[in-house]
Design a protein around this ligand. Structure first.
Ligand SMILES: [Zn+2]
Length: 357
C-alpha cells in the first residue's frame, strides 16, 4: 500500500460519506476501499469487553425505567443512545472511556461543565447551567457528576425533553445533539430493535447457514481478487449449494437490500454492536425481509447463490457461495474486520446447542 495511512483514511471516509449519502451501505467500501488488515477481531462478541452480563442488563434497565418515569422518554430510546455511545467508545478507546458504572454515555469535561467554564471539574448544577454546560443532577444529591449513571442519563434526557414524543421529534432531538445523520440513523435502528424485543439482552449469534456438513469455508482475509480491479477480499466465503438457507447471524435490523455489481443480490444487517453484517451473492431473499425488518439470530433471510459481478441478475460467474463480511462503525467511517474467528466461534456454539437438544 503506497499511500499514507491518513490519505487512506480520508479516501475511505470520502467514499463512504458519499456512498452513504447516496443510500448505499458500507459494502461499497467492500468494493472500493482497501482493507485495514490488522483490525482487532472478535470484539463484537464476548461479554467482558462489551459489558453484556445479565447484571449489567438488569442495572441498566432499572436506570432506563427510572429515567423514563421522570422524563416521559421511552426506555428503548434511552437504551439506544446509551448503546450507541458504548459502541463509539469501544471503537475509539484511545480518546474516550466509559464514565459511568453501567451507562455508556460519554461527554467531554467542557461539554459537561460548559465551554467557557473556567472549572472543567465543576459539579454545581447552577454554575454549569450558567455556562450552558450539559451536566445535570439526576439523582438528587445536589451535584452534577460526570461519572454518575443517573446524572449522565438525565443530562441526555433533559436535552431530549425539549422535543416532542413522536419518532421524528426524537430524531430531531438526536440530530441536535450529535449533528451527525449517521448517529441519528443508528440510534433510530437500535431503538426499534429494543422496542421490538422489549429487552436489552440481544447479543446472541448464529452461524449464517444451517450447521452441518454441507458447506466449507476458511480464513481468506485480505486475499487479492481480480474482478473490478484491485481489491482485497474483505470477508469470508462460505461455499454451499445453490438454495441453502442463509440466516441472520445476529439480532438486528435490515439496513440495505438489493443489487450491487460486486455483491449481487445482497443484504446488510446492522446489529447493536454497531456492526454491519453483509451477505452477498444470494439467489433470493426470504419473503419477510425488507429494509427496516427486525431480525433475530438464525432467522432465514435468503438463499445461497452465485449472483453478482455484472448487471442486475448476473449469476453463475463463480461457484455458489455466501460472501459474509462485517464492518464496524466508528462514528464517521466504517472499518471491515475479519469475520472468520467469529464464524468459527458461532459454529461451535451452535453445534453445542444442537447436541444438548
Ligand atoms: Zn467473498
Amino acid at each position: 500500500m503506497k499511500c499514507t495511512h491518513i490519505r487512506r483514511t480520508m479516501l475511505i471516509a470520502c467514499t463512504i460519506g458519499l456512498l452513504t449519502s447516496l443510500g448505499l451501505g458500507a459494502e461499497s467500501a467492500h468494493a472500493q476501499a482497501p482493507a485495514k488488515a490488522n483490525t482487532p477481531v472478535n470484539r463484537a462478541s464476548g461479554s467482558a469487553s462489551t459489558g453484556n452480563s445479565s447484571q449489567a442488563f438488569d442495572k441498566r434497565r432499572e436506570l432506563f425505567d427510572q429515567m423514563s418515569a421522570i422524563s416521559g422518554i421511552p426506555w428503548y430510546r434511552l437504551a439506544a443512545i446509551d448503546q450507541y455511545e458504548r459502541t463509539i467508545t469501544k471503537a475509539r478507546s484511545k480518546s474516550r472511556q466509559q464514565l459511568g458504572e453501567w451507562i455508556g454515555i460519554y461527554m467531554t469535561p467542557s461539554q459537561w461543565t460548559g465551554l467557557l467554564n473556567p472549572d472543567d471539574e465543576d459539579q454545581f448544577p447552577l454554575s454549569i447551567r450558567w455556562f450552558s454546560g450539559a451536566g445535570k443532577d439526576g439523582d438528587g444529591d445536589g451535584l452534577a457528576k460526570r461519572t454518575s449513571d443517573s446524572d449522565l442519563l438525565y443530562a441526555v434526557a433533559s436535552h431530549l425533553m425539549k422535543f416532542g414524543p413522536s419518532e421524528d421529534d426524537f430524531s430531531i432531538g438526536v440530530w441536535q445533539y450529535y449533528h451527525n445523520s449517521r448517529a441519528v440513523q443508528r440510534i433510530r435502528q437500535f431503538s426499534r430493535i429494543y422496542a421490538a424485543y422489549g429487552q436489552l439482552d440481544l447479543f446472541e449469534h448464529a452461524f449464517p447457514v444451517p450447521v452441518g456438513n454441507n458447506y466449507s469455508y476458511k480464513g481468506t482475509w485480505g486475499t487479492k481478487r481480480s474482478w473490478g480491479g484491485y481489491r482485497i477480499h474483505e470477508g469470508t466465503d462460505i461455499f454451499a449449494n445453490h438454495g441453502v438457507p442463509v440466516r441472520s447471524t445476529c439480532y438486528g435490523i435490515v439496513e440495505v437490500k438489493g443489487w450491487n455489481p460486486y455483491g449481487g443480490w445482497r443484504l446488510g444487517i446492522r446489529d447493536l454492536n454497531n456492526v454491519y453484517h453483509y451477505y452477498g451473492h444470494l439467489s433470493g431473499y426470504d419473503k419477510n425481509i425488507s429494509v427496516g425488518t427486525i431480525v433475530k439470530p438464525g432467522q432465514p433471510i435468503g438463499w445461497v447463490g452465485s449472483s453478482g459481478y455484472g448487471k442486475p441478475g448476473t449469476q453463475g460467474k463463480f461457484p455458489p457461495h455466501l460472501h459474509y463480511g462485517v464492518y464496524r462503525d466508528r462514528g464517521l467511517i466504517e472499518w471491515s474486520f475479519d469475520p472468520y474467528p467469529m464464524l468459527r466461534q458461532w459454529e461451535n456454539e451452535e453445534r453445542r446447542r444442537l447436541k444438548r437438544r
